[in-house]
Design a protein around this ligand. Structure first.
Ligand code: KIV
Length: 286
């Protein structure tokens, strides 16, 4: 099956009869292979990498080099889904030229599109990246890189004024050339309004069911990250507790001598073992 492209994603509006888009994050080769086999449409190498893989408390800690390293691991699996890489904090804040250079680093690492956070003030940066022939995904609402500006991971656009601002931001991103927009942590009615006012698809996370698609973090879907459970996360597996149980069983088997057994060990031919016994003076059986 051929790989998913940004222009194909751009056409995926539910109101035009399209199936909702499915996006999941992945940060390495095994997670990319799982997402691909599951048949998702897009893989996001998200800067959530910082929190769910690298152990940081927020997403501000990852660099372009970190993102490129993990994007390359995902891309090496040559997945069918469109690979979108997050431009991390401070990679598109210092000027348009640097923004384009950073987008190029992620594309050369194997991304097929980049994502960045923010509204109207990002328009020049989005236009410059699009001008360099790189598809851009927008990200509005609860934008984790603005954690400190927002005063925490808080639902956004809860007032009518803020909701209208968000709709204008979304229209500005569409006009600047974004092929899709992530809507995170906003009331479902606001996400519906944005989705209705755009021709490009919206992909929601904590934004209700009326978006053109949904995205979740790999470690949340699979229950690998089980310390925090935001309301919008649905867990489809409990790999953290399954993993602890499996590792505990391994530890118990090692300690009791039950692992490895004879079938899990390599054996010499009995002739060679006998010969070794002869030369070594001992008796070793194969
Ligand atoms: O980094 C990320 O995982 C994201 C998603 C939550 C959309 O940006």
């Amino acid at each position: 099956m051929s790989t998913v492209t940004a222009p194909q994603v751009r056409r995926r509006k539910v109101r035009a009869g399209a199936e909702p888009l499915v996006m999941v994050t992945a940060y390495d080769a095994p997670s990319a292979r799982m997402a691909d086999e599951a048949g998702v449409d897009l893989i996001l190498v998200g800067d959530s990498l910082a929190m769910v893989v690298l152990g940081y408390d927020d997403t501000l800690q990852v660099t372009v080099e970190d993102m490129a390293h993990h994007t390359a691991a995902v891309a090496r699996t040559r997945p069918r889904p469109l690979v979108v890489a997050d431009l991390p904090w401070m990679s598109y804040h210092l000027g348009v030229d640097e923004t384009v250079r950073n987008a190029a680093t992620l594309m050369r690492a194997g991304a097929r599109a980049v994502k960045l956070e923010g509204g109207r003030k990002r328009v020049p940066h989005i236009e410059a990246i699009v001008d360099a022939e790189v598809p851009v995904m927008g990200h509005l609402g609860l934008t984790p890189q603005s954690l400190h500006q927002m005063g925490g991971f808080k639902v956004q656009a809860k007032t009518s004024q803020a909701a209208l601002e968000l709709v204008s931001d979304a229209k500005a991103l569409e006009a600047a050339g974004c092929f899709s927009i992530v809507l995170e942590g906003i009331p479902d009615s606001v996400a519906r309004m944005v989705t209705e006012s755009l021709d490009v698809p919206t992909i929601g996370i904590g934004a209700g069911r009326d978006c053109d698609g949904q995205v979740l973090v790999f470690h949340d879907v699979l229950g690998i990250e089980d310390r925090i459970a935001p309301k919008f996360v649905r867990r489809y597996a409990n790999l953290a507790s399954d993993g602890v149980a499996a590792l505990s069983a391994f530890a118990a088997d090692v300690r009791s001598g039950a692992f490895p057994n004879d079938d899990e060990s390599y054996h010499m031919s009995s002739a060679e073992a006998d010969a070794m016994g002869l030369y070594g003076g001992g008796t070793i059986s194969g």
